[in-house]
Design a protein around this ligand. Structure first.
Ligand SMILES: CC(C)(COP(=O)(O)OP(=O)(O)OC[C@H]1O[C@@H](n2cnc3c(N)ncnc32)[C@H](O)[C@@H]1OP(=O)(O)O)[C@@H](O)C(=O)NCCC(=O)NCCS
Length: 216
């Protein structure tokens, strides 16, 4: 099995810096705005509870098989992303999350581009993989810009979504029409498996024109 490269102290690029989770980052992320349904699984308000924050930080400091990063601009936490270095399908990106207050400034594209650039050097020749619920269209635009395309579509059980489907089925069903189904006694969500070949072009629109539009 290929050795997992040790997690760097930081990865800089595309106007931001990826750093490992630490106490200060956790305190900042605990105060992030929340997306709510159907993206509630990403929300980090639970980090305001001391015990859960400590448990989460301990988990996020483990480095095999996952590396967990917080994207920062001038020391401010603006996004997060994790990568499973040992998934059989490839370098598996997950927990891609930018809170509402920092959306629309290319943080998602830029933090993933910075991570991919580092991974392509450290673990050359390995494809990138992720899964994404089919309703997450904002995320799909970012992934497509970074060279990802849909390889497969599947229905899967999603505990977080299922819980809400039972709590408020009509409202949830309306907003997720075509993306959820009730099958074999449980709620399933449609998901894309996306992949990207190493070296595929990434459009992050960095440069003078974009720098002017970046508000961070
Ligand atoms: C999906 C999510 C991560 C996107 O974050 P984001 O930082 O707003 O996404 P992007 O990097 O694509 O940037 C958004 C917009 O900024 C603009 N932009 C892109 N690059 C830019 C740059 N370098 N500078 C300024 N603006 C830029 C783009 O026009 C883009 O708009 P578009 O989505 O209409 O194409 C965020 O909405 C989120 O966390 N959602 C909830 C959780 C979720 O869905 N996670 C993904 C699950 S698979």
């Amino acid at each position: 099995m290929t050795a997992v490269p040790s997690r760097p102290r930081e990865i800089a690029g595309y106007g931001l810096v990826l750093r490992p989770w630490d106490d200060g980052m956790v305190r900042q992320m605990a105060r992030w705005g929340e997306h709510g349904f159907p993206y509630h699984a990403f929300d980090l308000g639970f980090l305001r509870e001391r015990f859960r924050a400590e448990m989460t930080l301990r988990k996020m400091r483990e480095t095999d098989p996952h590396h967990h990063f917080v994207a920062c601009v001038d020391g401010r936490a603006v996004g997060r992303v994790s990568v499973n270095m040992r998934d059989p399908a490839g370098l598996y990106l997950w927990s891609v999350h930018v809170p509402p207050e920092y959306e629309g400034q290319g943080v998602c594209r830029r933090m993933i581009a910075a991570l991919i650039s580092w991974l392509e050097v450290e673990v050359p020749g390995v494809p990138f993989v992720l899964t994404t619920n089919t309703f997450a269209e904002h995320a799909h635009r970012a992934y497509a810009a970074l060279g990802f395309s849909v390889m497969d579509t599947r229905w899967q059980f999603d505990q977080e979504i299922a819980r809400e489907m039972w709590k408020r089925p009509e409202e949830a069903h309306r907003s997720l029409a075509g993306h959820v189904r009730f099958q074999n006694g449980r709620w399933e969500v449609r998901a894309y498996v996306m992949s990207r070949q190493p070296g595929a072009p990434m459009d992050v629109r960095v440069g003078a024109a974009v720098r002017e539009s970046v508000r961070l």
